[in-house]
Design a protein around this ligand. Structure first.
Ligand code: AP5
Length: 183
């Protein structure tokens, strides 16, 4: 199974991705987590990403695509993967299609999480990660609307939309109800 989760900041992508990846027995690949790991390790990639993340802006596509290419080349991704937070621009989506075409494959599904904006802000303020200040959250939401939401049209032939308001268990069940039956 090759899956992508799309949704605005705070929609629950990371929360659901962990559960879904475990049940599907595929790696959970979060670009946000990869950037934060680089930041902790003070790698040049992490240092470059930091200024974008702190401002709620997207890290440039070339940097992000290169990082994902390396991660997908690792052996555990051969059996499938769940991408969380990537792609986030049409350019990234085109690059992903190209990477998959090289191995004669394509995505099985793109799952969109839908949550009202006010609830997103409350969830993130409650969590308090360093990029969860109100100004940065609003900027991340704006970036989502402007740069990421065009993906919904890009992926219209494989897009599955899930109401992501409810308990974590309810939402996991909703995702499994709509996923194609391909393990
Ligand atoms: P990233 O780490 O991907 O952050 P994000 O998309 O802003 O998403 P979040 O982690 O904030 O939210 P989420 O949807 O995963 O929700 P979560 O499960 O955590 O990206 C951070 C930054 O990295 C970006 O701003 C950018 O700079 C850079 N970046 C990353 N990918 C990039 C890319 N592809 N290109 C360029 N730059 C990139 O849940 C949020 C909170 O809600 C938690 O407290 C959780 O407990 C709670 N919650 C979850 N589910 C529920 C529920 N059902 N009800 C109530 N609360 C819930």
């Amino acid at each position: 199974m090759r899956l992508v989760l799309v949704g605005p900041p705070g929609a629950g992508k990371g929360t659901q991705a962990e559960r879904l990846a475990e049940r599907l027995d595929i790696p959970h690949i979060s670009t946000g987590d990869l950037f934060r790991a680089n930041l902790r390790d003070e790698t040049p990639l992490g240092v470059e990403a930091k200024r974008y993340m702190d401002a709620g802006e997207l890290v440039p596509d070339t940097v992000t695509v290169g990082m994902v290419r390396d991660r997908l080349a690792q052996p555990d991704a051969a059996k499938g993967f769940l991408l969380d937070g990537f792609p986030r621009t049409v350019t990234q989506a085109e690059a992903l299609s190209g990477l998959l075409a090289e191995i004669g494959d394509e995505l099985d599904a793109v799952v969109e999480f839908v949550v009202p904006e006010d609830e997103l802000v409350q969830r993130l303020l409650g969590r308090g990660r360093s990029d969860d200040t109100e100004d940065v959250i609003r900027r991340r939401q704006q970036v989502y609307r402007e740069e990421t939401s065009p993906l919904l049209d890009f992926y219209r032939d494989r897009l599955l939309t899930v109401d992501a308001v409810g308990t974590v268990d309810e939402i996991t069940n909703r995702v499994f109800e709509v996923l194609p039956d391909r393990r």
